[in-house]
Design a protein around this ligand. Structure first.
Ligand SMILES: Nc1ncnc2c1ncn2[C@@H]1O[C@H](COP(=O)(O)OP(=O)(O)OP(=O)(O)O)[C@@H](O)[C@H]1O
Length: 257
């Protein structure tokens, strides 16, 4: 579906991620984890051509991304960045922007666009905010608007960069559920998460980054058993099994010595 083949990418001629080689399959959730500054966001940006690519190729369904037009690519790949600009734009208008790649000349939103937009606002729990201006919203409400914008399209691949930021715990869990639903619909989900338990809970695969390199991409259990999490985050970890047999990470403390 989406493949990064030996990608080296960064900013201002400085490579940040190096020789990243990974394929994201249809109907699977991959959680990207790693310490601050390890290159998780840059990996997502490289996939959507928002940083400089020095080596390697991004493929979507076997086609070289650089040969697909931006609009064609955006039809299939939806990207939710870590930070957003805010302005005086109304919520519904903002969510409608998620329909932009699907518009043909004369670029007017039609009935179908409003239906997708309405459904996405419902999913994100912001229907009652649709007439408000973005600048009037709280951090969490704004984040939901951007989530709705990502959901308003008809993409096959979703890239979410720390989507739980600003959200209360109830909505964090709802968002995880939305990602699981996307997987059930056969979509590809790639999500940067700092909460390892969330990542363990929903991901088919954890991809661990450190200093711009992809160390390992494997099932959550295999990643845990490899000891890599404890090493890259410099923490002592344990897996606890709850009464329903679900496994949870427990961070005992900072690694000593
Ligand atoms: N626009 C930019 N211009 C120059 N350097 C950048 C830019 N964005 C990120 N970097 C650098 O690239 C490196 C990796 O940053 P990136 O945001 O990809 O890491 P991350 O793993 O997503 O971090 P975090 O967990 O803190 O969000 C950092 O050293 C950062 O300073």
């Amino acid at each position: 579906m989406l493949r990064l083949e030996h990608i080296t990418a960064g900013y201002n001629k400085n490579p940040v991620i190096k020789d990243i080689d990974i394929e994201f399959e249809r109907g699977k959730i991959t959680a990207l984890i790693g310490p601050n500054g390890s290159g998780k966001s840059t990996l997502l940006k490289a996939a959507v051509d928002l940083c400089e690519i020095y080596e390697g190729t991004v493929y979507l369904n076997g086609k070289d991304r650089s040969r697909l037009g931006n609009k064609e690519f955006a039809k299939h790949v939806s990207y939710l960045p870590q930070s957003h600009s805010t302005g005086a734009i109304a919520v519904e208008r903002m969510v409608l922007h998620g329909r932009f790649p699907y518009l043909s000349y004369p670029r007017r939103y039609g009935k179908k666009d409003y239906e997708y937009c309405c459904h996405a606002m419902e999913k994100a729990g912001i229907s009652e905010l649709k007439g408000k201006k973005l600048e009037e919203l709280s951090g969490g409400q704004k984040q939901k608007v951007y989530i709705a914008m990502a959901l308003a399209g008809e993409a096959q691949v979703f890239l979410f960069d720390e989507p739980t930021t600003y959200l209360d715990v109830g909505y964090q869990l709802e968002l995880l559920d939305i990602m699981v639903q996307l997987r059930e619909q056969g979509k590809t989900v790639i999500v940067v998460l700092h909460d390892i338990n969330y990542a363990m809970g929903i991901a088919d695969r954890l991809a661990v980054m450190e200093q711009g390199k992809l160390l390992l991409a494997d099932t959550p259990v295999n990643v845990y058993e490899s000891g890599v999490i404890s090493r890259v985050f410099q923490v002592e970890t344990k897996i606890l099994t709850d009464t329903e047999g679900k496994k949870h990470f427990y961070f005992e403390g900072i690694k000593k010595g």
